[in-house]
Ligand binder design. Structure first.
Ligand code: GLA
Length: 385
């Protein structure tokens, strides 16, 4: 999928030097939505779409960042005087990582960094995390440092939270840095411990893009997160040991739900039940109980759509239209919500026909031609060559 040689040529032609190249994947989340910042569980997989980062040293002390996707360059005249704030530009993401690494006490040398990626933008497949993690690996290589994957993920999350100003959790950066081929990863977002769950070879990840744009930097993500925190504060008034909704139970909702605003109650019900479903889904996957996994995904979609109200007409349609297609194991809206993609686990032999039929149904019902990709679980970020 990635033409690494063509990418090397782009860097070479632009900067007249040979780059060291790294790749970091996007992700699809199989289950566990808006649970990461509540210190709960998520179960994503890295996918074959990725960002490539090519890096080479410079002797003039500048940092030059070039994006092949945007056909645009950002120049920082002095690597020792990095900007303090984002400027709402594509370069905020790589620069945020550079600033964060500098904040770890590393003296930034000058370098040229090229970026190119095929993770569809604004479709909830973590194009931002792929850029951050690819940048982090590239810059670390030039600094001569290595961080364990979970630490690298935290640094990239910090860049997005503090520099870019998007209040995301840890899931996207974590799976991009730590994904494993042919596996989903059950992550405990409290202590970042994780288990890999093999995805059977006869199961394909079919990603269906509603073509409705999604953004974590947008207001809905932030307002949902605020409602989750509001619900948690109500429970904590009675049970101070509840620091995040991860610590709360369905029983807490029965006891204290009436003290919450109607929205906070619904958001909390989603997060609390989603944590339970995610752990159960990982069990089901590990025990090859695909029927149960599919059932949990269906329940998760209903909860995401009705209680969390993070779906949209198009995503609900994409999920509904998949239901009676041959080979479907489970379908739900994946990622931050309000558009983006659905994840469909589909028996591999049926995947091409499934993709075609779903695309045709969606086009005729919604009037938009969707992009549908048959993916497999890819490995996490790594150096190429
Ligand atoms: C976005 C965020 C993640 C996570 C998901 C929702 O992808 O970046 O941290 O909160 O939304 O599960």
């Amino acid at each position: 999928m990635h033409d690494v040689n063509a990418f090397r040529n782009i860097h070479r032609n632009r900067f007249q030097t040979e780059p060291t190249v790294f790749a970091a994947p996007g992700r699809v989340n199989i289950i566990g939505e808006h649970t990461d910042y509540a210190e709960g569980f998520v179960m994503p997989a890295a996918i074959d779409f990725a960002t490539l980062a090519g890096i080479s040293p410079r002797s003039d002390g500048k940092i030059v960042i070039y994006s092949e996707n945007y056909g645009d360059e950002r120049v920082i005249d002095d690597a020792k005087a990095l900007p303090a704030a984002a400027i709402k530009h594509w370069s905020d993401y790589p620069l945020g990582v550079i600033v964060t690494l500098a904040g770890e006490g590393h003296t930034m040398p000058g370098f040229s960094l090229s970026l190119w990626g095929d993770v569809p933008l604004g479709s909830g497949l973590s194009s931002s995390a792929a850029v951050e993690v690819a940048t982090a690996l590239a810059v670390c290589s030039i600094l001569g440092v290595t961080y364990p994957g979970p630490v690298l993920a935290r640094l990239c999350q910090k860049a997005e939270n503090q520099f870019v100003g998007a209040n995301c959790g840890i899931m996207d950066q974590f799976i991009s840095a730590n994904g494993a081929e042919d596996h989903a990863l059950l992550l405990d977002c409290r202590d970042l411990s994780f288990k890999l769950a093999p995805i059977p070879h006869n199961v394909a990840l079919v990603i269906a893009n509603t073509m409705v744009s999604h953004s974590v930097a947008g207001g809905e993500y932030t307002s949902r997160r605020a409602e989750v925190e509001e619900a948690c504060a109500v429970i904590a008034r009675h049970r101070p040991e509840v620091k995040f909704l991860r610590d709360a139970t369905p029983e807490d909702l029965k006891n204290y739900g009436h003290e919450m605003s109607p929205n906070a109650l619904k958001r909390a019900r989603h997060v609390i039940t989603e944590n339970i479903r995610t752990v159960a889904a990982a069990e089901a996957l590990m025990h090859h109980n695909l029927k149960e996994l599919g059932r949990l995904m269906a329940e998760a979609h209903t909860s995401y759509s009705q209680d969390f109200e993070a779906s949209c007409v198009e995503a609900d349609a994409m999920v509904a239209l998949a239901q009676d297609l041959p080979g479907l194991i489970g379908a739900r809206l994946t990622g931050g919500g309000f558009g983006g993609c659905t994840i469909n686990l589909v028996e591999r032999e049926h995947a091409p026909a499934f993709a075609e039929a779903l695309g045709a149904r969606y086009s005729s019902e919604i009037g938009i031609v969707p992009q549908i990709h048959i993916c497999h679980a890819a490995s996490g970020a790594h150096r190429i060559g």
